[in-house]
Design a protein around this ligand. Structure first.
Ligand code: E4P
Length: 217
């Protein structure tokens, strides 16, 4: 299972990268704005900074919502750095743009997926990654993890190679449940990733080992 971090915060990206378990980064316009990164030029520079920090894929989102605009922006983003994956919204023109990029071997991440039907379309259009937003579904009393399971089932039925990128992960248990279901990738905040480290028996066991070692020294 690949681990992506869902942030535009360079410190957090660096911390996850240094942990040695990071496979990539996802961002979106809201995450950029949260870091005070605004304006097309600054956003492009920030993508480059992120690419220079990590080893894995970096999703960079188009802002255009029409086919021609998405192609133009997507090609600019893809040319920026080999690690860039073009992030495209799940709308009709986005599906067309995804097929265009897939034919040109430009990698894509189809975002804002909330149904299995949308996931099926993204796979048929040749998406590299497809991002169902599980936390936002949970927020409206809809089963986000159930959606991941349905998509896993459908993709496996037909051998689709599109990777299920569980997005809008909010906490550590989301990560574990996605792993059990078989999501290919999860993207979440650093806090959710670090939550995997925690166990009180690890802490007390280590304290005991250190105390016992100290007795003989
Ligand atoms: C995915 O690529 C999105 O950036 C993200 O996971 C959205 O998460 P949120 O629902 O916590 O905003």
């Amino acid at each position: 299972m690949k681990f992506f971090i869902d942030t535009a915060n360079l410190e957090q990206i660096k911390e996850a990268q240094e942990l040695g378990i990071l496979d990539g980064v996802t961002t979106n316009p809201s995450l950029m704005a949260k870091e005070g990164i605004t304006g097309a030029e600054n956003i492009l520079k920030h993508y480059l900074n992120i690419c220079n920090l990590v080893d894995g894929d970096v999703s960079a989102e188009v802002i255009a919502t029409d086919y021609e605009g998405m192609i133009k922006q997507g090609e600019e983003l893809a040319a920026l750095h080999p690690k860039i994956v073009v992030k495209i919204p799940m709308i009709a023109d986005g599906v067309k743009a995804c097929k265009y990029f897939s034919d040109k071997e430009i990698r894509t991440n189809v975002t804002l997926v909330f149904s299995a039907g949308q996931a099926l379309l993204a796979a048929k259009a040749g998406a590299t990654y497809m991002s169902p937003f599980i936390g936002r579904l949970d927020d409206i009393s809809t089963d986000g993890l159930g959606l991941i399971a349905d998509i896993r089932h459908i993709y496996d039925n037909y051998g689709f190679e599109t990777q299920i990128l569980a997005a809008s992960v909010r906490h550590t248990m989301h990560i574990m449940d996605c792993a059990k279901i078989g999501a290919d990738v999860m993207t979440g905040p650093l806090s959710a990733i670090k939550g995997l480290l925690k166990h009180p028996l690890t802490d007390s066991g280590l304290a005991q080992f250190l105390a016992d070692y100290a007795k003989g020294n």
